[in-house]
Write a protein that binds this ligand. Sequence first.
Ligand code: ADP
Ligand code: ZN
Ligand code: ZN
Length: 739
Amino acid sequence: MSELYLRVALPTPLRRLFDYRAPADIPVSAWQPGVRVKVPFGSREVIGVVLHTTDTTEVPVSKLRTITELIDEKPLLPPSVMQLISWTSQYYQHSLGDTFSWALPVLLRQGEPAVAQKKLFYTAATDAQLDDVRVKNAPRQRQALQAVLQHKRGLAHEQLSSLELQKSSIDALLEKGLLHKEWRSVHQPPSNLPVLAQMPLALNAEQKVAFDSISQQLGRFKVFLLAGVTGSGKTEVYLQLIEQVLNKKQQVLVLIPEINLGPQTFSRFQQRFNVRVALLHSEVNDRERLNAWLAARDGQAEIVIGTRSALFTPFKNLGLIIIDEEHDASYKQQEALRYHARDLALVRARQADIPVVLGSATPSLESLHNANSGRYALLRLNTRAGTAKLPQFKRLDVRSLPLDSGISMPLQKAIERTLAAGQQVLVFLNRRGFSPILLCNDCGWMGKCRDCDARLTLHQRYNELRCHHCGHVEKRPLACPGCESLQLHPVGEGTERAEERLQILFPHVPILRIDRDTTARKGALDAMLNTVNQGKPCILLGTQMLAKGHHFPRVTLVAILNADGGLFSADFRSSERMAQLILQVAGRAGRAQDPGEVIIQSHLADHPLLVQLTEQGYFAFAEQALSERRAAGLPPYSYMALLRAEAVSSIQVDNFLQDALALSEQLLAHYQLQQLECLGPVAAPMERRAGRYRAQLLFIAHKRKDLQQLLHALCFNLEQLPSARQVRWSVDVDPIDLF
Ligand code: ADP
Ligand code: ZN
Ligand code: ZN
């Protein structure tokens, strides 16, 4: 009989599988594709996933090692998720083993058993009584028995300490047969209650059209783009669709962006339905994450709400995928495995033959393009639900106005008026810290990071200069390091400076600054949001953390302090991002009965993009932007990929990218790919970051297929290059950020 070998995917960047010998004492039938194993790898042991068995191997028999341990009795993942992972690995040119790692909850990567955690409970024996002679002279045991008798459904082991009971008393009672112990699953049982816990709202005409169109397609693959202005009731449409799916005994996956929205969305879904909702976002700890994952897989959670990686959750019977804020950049992972969860959701929905709903007030140009070409069904909600009205825009030209810490006099007046009317103000400034530059007036010295091509931001409160790119921190110098002058001045403003100024201008109202610096402490954000929710006049000041999703009914004035960045940047997506951000921030204004106003301070108040966006709305802007992209041959009218490389020495980066360029040109000729361009190498806009030089090659193709063919062959060859060992390199397919 020939020997059995196992082909295993391991968490390494190497794009290949690894062969191992099966231990003799494990039956052949145990090696099903998808079971996890522990194997020796170099000098370590790692966890991998068995893909298949084989009786031939190219590894010399003397070098083959044996599997240390078989972890799972059954495959960890259903075939559908195995396929999705394999698709992801191929499309994003990433090693399959590492793709598995990213797709699995941390505890499963570490080899934890894939079974729902159980909790220990103690119950009283049927004949157990407090006056039993066996506890007559044992007051502690009697006390413990009494506690258990009071908990009719059993006393959980974890309650012992809070009830001041001792484990030894419990053990004695177990010994005497007065108590029993029992391990119970932490999964909640399904409820017998009706699906709905709360009456749905009556849909308005636009919502009804959207709802009907989608609900008719349940059970079939179709992509819907639900483009509804902020506050138009998209969430209500989701909720009513979910109700339909739940009635069919199917599960729903809701993806949300990576922000602090989790709890808010969660409670809205929780309140509507009597079903089990599992959460998979960044604030959920590893253990809860595993439990949620298992609950979805075993059909014990009907709704899963999660960020990006929740897309890989296995389901017993998935009926619908919803992607809220589909344009949000956090759906694209920006490290290692650079996948786009929205794009993968389509792959998954097609495979499961179910609909997927992409919702946004400001859809990505990619999705709009797909809607225009008929690949997606476009559903629009043009008015706000209920009685709220969309806010009015005002572009405030600040070219000739003095700015006081970034705040012009007309804006100051508008804030004053709003507060006096008993309402709240939101001030948006997408830059944290006190000022982005510390400048010497005498010699022109500026604080620069020693490890990056970047200026240091002044953080006044900590008396520090900080690099926002690598985390480098230094003390604020008292005198200029260049000329020893004391004339060091902050130039420009961040949220810290605006806060200081607003406190002076409006001493009697709370100023709530919400950015990464003020919300790092757990609970800090909740405390500030609580103050806002009390409804008294206040000023919310913050970065894009404030822009997304929040519902502040008392905010009627939104002020955008500086909208100009997006109008000059070299990245072709920057105007799209700026437009989305402006509309999302603006969408916080006037969400209840009082009408909202949005003031945009700008040095480019007549810029055509800004005019179009504020006067004609996002769709007009998007149409214009799409026609510019078409003319320039940019995505979505072409397909891009980036090959990035970095190393301590710029020569190593250059050598590698020159080799990669030569290889690419050979491959293009070999495959006769004419409609594919390879541009570069060029230095990244921030050439040095965290002490490493960075450069890149850009590929632009007319057809996705051509690009895939090239990248596949290229990556395989790059791995063999000697110059590749000197650098860190990665491929980014469909990059959303060219830098
Ligand atoms: P979106 O998700 O588009 O931002 P929401 O679903 O959060 O919008 O709805 C905005 C507000 O309008 C919420 O307070 C919601 O309760 C309310 N709303 C939604 N649909 C209706 C409706 N059909 N009738 C009355 N109010 C509605
Ligand atoms: Zn100086
Ligand atoms: Zn730095």
